[in-house]
Design a protein around this ligand. Structure first.
Ligand code: PMP
Length: 396
């Protein structure tokens, strides 16, 4: 055993603990629904990304079990050997239809998807303009590509235009991409896609939207790109299958050539075993459900609006969210963590988000209402918020 590794681990763990950054992971006993059980205590769950409640949907459970019976529990190989099942082809056809693109390809996770697609398309002769609040998987995908990474101030179109012009006119790069989240998960704000497309056209930028939090939520369920009617203007639409869709996995939707290329160049497609049959079948069914009805989407927004209105009336600062994601701004790190802890003791599970995930002094408790929450659950959560808010002097 390596002594150097032992010392390295002990030192780093201690430093994280000393700075209050060591995350104790809670174990959920049973299903991840609108209510969860942790250490035997039932809690109203305002921390999942299960926006439409599909993670525990009866139809999805049934079709997943049937697919396990017909196809087994594993795909058996990477896609290019013999891990491309008829179920994967069916799913990808459905995803393309859902997104309004020529084609789509599925990956094992949303994280994997960003690592795969960015690296496949961009390389060291290129530059990537990236919104400063983009998700960690985008940052890692950009690094893997070895392209020059240029940070753009969050949703600042003047900054984007200036940096796009500089990058293109410098003549240093073969291709320039702009990459952004569709919906930003910490604040719930939406990327300014119409303005982005305009700038992209002016400078011939490749456009890449990570719609992990927009799929199932924006555009009557079809996502942020469709919300703005820009499906013919965004080159790569990436999304996850683990949040609103309720299962696991990720996808890229775009032109047939893009998808054909990803299938020969994206390393997680080539070298990692594909999605399981049960998951794949459940995802296809979930996508079909979203295409057939907006009922869950509508309920999600109704619940999001209800929670936001209730928190605002109590005097909380809920930031500038344009989606059901409802941050409750607290401020300093210590109070934010104490707030979340007290909520949990009282019966609400809502995670604190503090530095380094968000800038210092902008700690918040982030609430993710879902279509599966009842009004009674939300009322009880608001009652607890009021109690804890007064106790910690966050509201008067
Ligand atoms: N992109 C964004 C914006 C995300 O929020 C996440 C998940 N937190 C991912 C990608 C990764 O998705 P997955 O959990 O499916 O790996």
């Amino acid at each position: 055993m390596s002594k150097i590794l032992d010392e390295y681990l002990a030192e780093n763990l201690q430093e994280l603990k000393d700075n209050g950054l060591y995350n104790e992971i809670n174990v959920v006993e049973g299903a991840n629904g609108p209510e969860i059980t942790i250490e035997g205590k039932k809690l109203i769950n305002l921390s999942s990304n299960n926006y439409l409640g599909l993670a525990t949907d009866e139809t999805l459970k049934k079709v997943a079990k049937e697919a396990i019976d017909s196809h087994g529990v594993g795909a058996g190989a990477v896609r290019t050997i013999n891990g491309t099942l008829d179920l994967h082809v069916e799913l990808e056809g459905k995803l393309a239809e859902f997104k309004g693109t020529e084609a789509a390809v599925a990956f094992q996770s949303g994280f994997n998807c960003n690592m795969a697609a960015i690296q496949a398309v961009m390389n060291k002769e290129d530059a990537i303009l990236s919104d400063e609040l983009n998700h960690a998987s985008i940052i890692d995908g950009c690094r893997l590509s070895r392209a020059k990474i240029i940070r753009v101030n969050h949703s600042d179109m003047d900054d984007l235009r200036k940096k796009a012009k500089e990058a293109v006119e410098s003549g240093l790069y073969k291709k320039v991409m702009y990459i952004t989240d569709g919906v930003f998960s910490m604040d719930g704000d939406v990327a300014l896609l119409p303005e982005i497309v305009e700038i992209a056209k002016e400078f011939d930028l490749i456009t890449y939207v990570d719609d992990a939090h927009g799929s199932g939520v924006m555009g009557k369920g079809a996502g942020t790109v469709k919300h703005f009617g820009l499906q013919n203007d965004i080159d790569l639409q990436m999304g996850t299958l683990s949040k609103a869709i309720g299962v696991v996995g990720g996808y890229v939707a775009g032109s047939q050539d893009l998808i054909d290329y990803l299938k020969v160049a994206a390393r997680p497609f080539l070298f990692s075993t594909s999605l399981t049959p049960g998951d794949t079948r459940a995802i296809t069914e979930a996508v079909q459900m979203l295409m057939d009805s907006t009922e869950l989407h509508d309920r999600l927004w109704e619940n999001g609006d209800y929670l936001k209105k209730g928190l605002k009336e109590l005097g909380f600062d809920i930031g500038n969210s344009e989606t059901p994601i409802t941050p409750c701004m607290i401020g300093d790190e210590k109070t934010t963590q104490e707030f979340s802890k007290r909520l949990m003791e009282e019966g609400v599970y809502a995670k604190s988000i503090v530095f380094p995930t968000v800038p210092k002094g902008t700690g918040r408790v982030r609430n993710m209402p879902t279509a599966a929450h009842t009004k009674e659950m939300l009322d009880e959560a608001l009652r607890i918020y009021e109690k804890v808010g007064r106790e910690l002097n966050v509201i008067s």
